[in-house]
Design a binder for this molecule. Sequence first.
Ligand code: NYM
Ligand code: MG
Length: 222
Amino acid sequence: SIAMTTKRGLFVVLEGMDRAGKSSQCRRLVDHLNSIGHRTELMRFPERDSAIGSLIGQYLGRKIELDDHAVHLLFSANRWEFRPHILDTLASGVNIVCDRYAYSGIAFTAAKADGPDFHWCCQPEVGLPAPDLKIFLSVSPEAQASRGGFGAERYEVADFQRRVGEAYARLMRLEDQAGGSCPAWLTINADGAFEEVQQQLAKAVVAAIDCPRSAGPPAGLR
Ligand code: NYM
Ligand code: MG
């Protein structure tokens, strides 16, 4: 008989600034993948539906104040608490499309004026499951503004978003310099029509699903 092994699921992370359309694109992408027979689960960070996530939600909604380091560690702990779920899901052959991950954690804290140092920000993420594919949805300040401006949560102000963009650029540069023959990040410009962006996304993700993958769990972030 032929030994059957389940190919593990693909772990895709979407990153980008607020108003890039990540959440809508992720939802649509997951529906599309399932409809063409690729079992896929949607995840998001922060995942507010946990004890840690509820504290994060209160912080973002300005109900509570927290030291910048403390809230950074909460965002990271929120990922760590879902690590077993991520690994089990991938091992069962189900793909994960994740709306934000460790890179949001680093970029948003590192963007704080007089906040924690960039390298300190990276440390709590070391060892989390590394994504197989990282996609950055880029959005111009003009498109951000044309989408009804920002919401009322902490961080949703233009000047801070500019600093977040710089922090993302710094970490993508670092990762692209770290080696490997192809870029660590795929950037998709999300200024255009929703459907066009969705098509580019779906094409990249389906191609990655079809690529060979090691059978074991993903490596840890370094
Ligand atoms: N955010 C998100 C962080 O500051 N650190 C993190 O680790 C993550 C995952 O939370 N402005 C910020 C980015 C967003 C805010 O996210 C809420 P969303 O995707 O709008 O729910
Ligand atoms: Mg938001």
